[in-house]
Design a protein around this ligand. Sequence first.
Ligand SMILES: [Zn+2]
Ligand SMILES: [Zn+2]
Length: 264
Amino acid sequence: MSKHVAILTRHHKAHLIAPALSQLGWQVSELDSFDTDALGSFSGERPRFMAPDECALRKAAIAAELSGLDIGIGSEGSFSAGPYGLGTFNLELLCCVNVAAGWAVTGRFYGPSMAQQWQLSDAAALEQALATVTPGQHLLLQQPAYLAKGLSVEQAHTLALERLAQGSVTLGYDLRAHMSPERQSHIQQAAADLVQRLQSRCTNCDTPGFWPDKALPGLPCEACGTPTSVTRQRQTSCQRCGHTKWQKVAAQFANPQYCPECNP
Ligand SMILES: [Zn+2]
Ligand SMILES: [Zn+2]
């Protein structure tokens, strides 16, 4: 028996998550009657004022409410500096709420992104920048009081040359999901993660999302036995009944390089 669920999107995300959710027997329909850009947009016309997880949950609840279905899904992507400040990383969240049963489970993808932005003042710099753009990506072109979205490399080239006559331009990746093959792949991976989490249920009350999210540090140093910052065990807690399980990691000791005594 298939179950109908709704996703809130104006950027055609249903087909990205449908294959993963079909493993649960779920059919996804798209709701585009709500302007998700009101919650903040990628091209920067509307400021983003909510944390990504809050925004994904809000969208999921709106999807359930507008569709009248028990289950709504909300998607939210964001970009930030990577670990140690290196490169740009993309976080994709897919939040699934069941308003009838009262639970929410969020699938995620976090990994490096090719996305870049350039401040350009002449044709040579423009050509250099465009040469590095990943095939299939779309671009944004900005100047004060000017914004062009969804541009192919050729279109961006032509427009940017015109605009350069009036001063420097900002060229960047168009990161809206329907314009970004990279984000599409990341959203598919977040959907796979969501399905795994939904399939993992509390052994006490059967609520989905029973997942070893919390890493507890303290694995002892191999040389001196001092507790280190390395994960010692993982904690799984049920959001409904609070049932909690701890699982030790496979390793017994941490490399002394992580030890506050041996390698301060
Ligand atoms: Zn439970
Ligand atoms: Zn040590």
